[in-house]
Design a protein around this ligand. Sequence first.
Ligand SMILES: [Zn+2]
Length: 199
Amino acid sequence: MSELHDVAAEPEGDAELFVDFINTRELTDGQPQEHLPDATALRSWLYERNLCGARQPLATIDASLPAFRDLRAVLHDVTGRIADGKRPTAGQLKRLNAAMRDGLHYHQIKPMENGNRFTVAQVGDELAQARAAIAGSLAHYLAEHDLGRVRVCANDGCRWRFIDRSPAGRRRWCDMRTCGNRAKVARHRARAREGRSQS
Ligand SMILES: [Zn+2]
């Protein structure tokens, strides 16, 4: 039994926005799980990360769902390539750049109705800005960090994206207490089967 308990705990979660976003569609035992199935789920996800207001109309969010999912697919594919030691394709970089460009915004000052006060408000599409922030988090990561730390979980039934922040940089599973253990248990069982078939 000690084999299941000799592993140091891995830090939970990744602070990088793009990693969080990619993993909103994940595999559990090889089956896809969609954590952003509708506008309500996407609004909560964005709101929790200060990427949209609580009152952003659901109809607007709903119309933007395909754009968010397209972006997520690009980020998924780019991180898959990076983890494989490849570079993003020119087409993928173009799509990242398009997402960042579409989020352009500026600020505008307006006098308030009464008195001498002013307000400054941001002008631009909030949801396009949210996509730009997500795409930008990957762009900045690729420009500023060690690409060798971008990983895809070695468990084929998981394939989670994560950043390996371990000192040695040899982490293979998203979470040693789940996928790592599962892989170990599978290896252990395979060895046990081999042992039986040889005897
Ligand atoms: Zn995993």
